[in-house]
Design a protein around this ligand. Sequence first.
Ligand code: ARG
Ligand code: GLU
Length: 717
Amino acid sequence: MKFLKLLLVLFVIQVQAQQGGMWIPSLLKGTNEKEMKALGMKISADDIYSVNNSSLKDAVPHFDGGCTAEMISPKGLLLTNHHCGYDNIQSHSTVENDYLTNGFWAYKMEDELPNKDLTVTFIIKIEDVTTKIFEGVLNLPTESDKQKRIQQNIATVSKSFQKEAWQDVMIRAFYDGNQYLLFVTENFKDVRLVGAPPSSIGKFGSDTDNWVWPRHTGDFSLFRVYADKNNRPAEYSKDNVPYKPKHFFPVSAKGIQENDFTMVMGYPGRTQEYLPSFAVEQIVNDLNPAKIEIRDAALKVQDGFMRKDNAIKIQYASKYAGVANYWKKWIGETKGLKKSNAVAIKKDFEKKFQERVNKAGKQAEYGTILADFEKNYKDIREYAIARDYFTEVVLRNSEILSFGYRLYQLEQVYNTKGEQAFNDRKNNLISGFEGLYKDYSAQVDEKVFEQLINLYATKSPKQFLPETLNNINASALTTSVFGSSKLTSFNGLKELLNGDAKSVLEKLNQDKGYQLVKSIADSYQKNVAPKFDEINLKNIALQRTYMKGIMEFFPNDRIFPDANSTLRVTYGKVKGYKPSDAVIYEPVSYLDGVIEKYIPGDYEFDVPKKLIDLYNAKDYGRYADKNGKMPLAFIATNHTTGGNSGSPALDAKGNLIGLNFDRVWEGTMSDIYYSPEICRNIMVDARYILFVIDKFAGAKNLIEEMTIVYPKSQKAK
Ligand code: ARG
Ligand code: GLU
């Protein structure tokens, strides 16, 4: 018995060790394929990525550069998240036809809605071009010479690479610049909106439930990719036809169970898994807390106004969601890094690294990396903090300062490029500003400004502050700026920008708001940016060597390249987790939870009547589980990050079982340190998506074009 238990423990450790990581799809053969099969996968690495035959990768395009999507029919039907299609859904909405509120469904292809500027990009093939990119680089004396040469090589190789006329080429750095991969892509420009549930399904729970498990959001929307007659990318045209993908995913209505194999393919944006402990310490102790405090202040002010005033709520809802998203993520990340002892674990690893370097006699190449990192992170600390204050306060959260900063750049354009460039930029700015001021409330911004300028003046490193912020009285400064600056309205702004360069700059420099921005930006450009860039460049070079050393001295570790918005595969198991003492989370949520959370009329937790009716009648079509319940979402140990929104979650055979859209709050530190104990991705169950399309929307036309894999119990209907 004891022996059995030990075996079981070993087995569990083994399986846990096989999780985490975002792998390159063309390099899965060997270790990854073995691990995936051990976890239950029934297909091969060649089925996932192949240049010669159609493979799963052919069904997974990058959606609009930021999200992921997948093909789910032979007629180019595309599935992604509701929050990924949000802007397009919004752009077709009017007061009479509000598709965000009511949903949208095209019951015929003629009803599908074209989207200007929306593109999806498929990967045709991936090739290693490292040797070519490093040509003539290694002997160059300085890091900036090296970077320049690398950029030149990238341009040359991209240009000369053989491809079809309708294809594109891009080259990306992996392993902090130790490897370069080239991607041949096809970029489709005619992508039409097909379906979206109402926000009360697609955004159910909104910001309160964001990053949270248990979750009940039907976060999906549908589009269709159109091609020319030869099935190639083309600009929008009435004559285009539905794209025939080389592969599309059958949709599984069979459902999932705890411990089932899952894999997610997609375009994760950015991770930093190999940072030294000194960098992680800085994130935990200095940078995240500063950013959180700033956003906390801004969000509190905005929320106060939004709850009182419906017009302000409409103006600020989308901005608020954007700011709140990472605010909440950073809080979870900071807690998770502390709780998992990420810094201590990194320090342990660094000790081992140093030992192996010494043992191998490689001190000349790697001996001082860690000491250099320690010094650099000490040296950069104040600059990094100042940079985050500048970014968060001036560029991101105080609107008047961010408007002013655009004008500051305009003045710089004049100084460096002259009158013509100034006029071009000015005209561009005016049309951009029109949209920004439409959603601007000076009343809200004034209160935000008062809070944030006070934080800037009292909490950011004193030595870099401009005189205008020395010992200020925040409330007096606010009154003086908002009492006179023309930046508080679109008309005021137009007045400022009216005239030739000389008179515009004269007016600007007399405006109290502009004067303040200029003083802050000047001192940032002079006292912070150059030094930050200088030390940061050193860290980039160190990180590249450190990464090389990690690969050399830990050849048996599971080392994957940090996310860089290229196609990756991650795999794991459906699994619950333990968020805190005495609490256990199950891996599957049900429609019952929607009804439990229902608050009539609430902007986050309202539920459409039709959904309540279907729930009361248990009218779930062929999509209920074997107990007659309607599954809604589930979690698994897949290692995902921002950009994986809309990614397909696949079962052991490569059928679609879910749609990735989030992570659990306690595990958001996985961008820096992945722990299989607590890091989980969140997916909408494919059965809920089918149910909403079929039973809620009655879009049988869409159900019919998919290939649906039913469980035995649902076959006969
Ligand atoms: N947290 C998810 C992501 O990082 C969803 C964000 C959209 N939803 C929201 N409530 N803001 O993108
Ligand atoms: N919602 C995120 C996105 O838009 C995915 C969640 C995450 O960061 O894992 O990409």
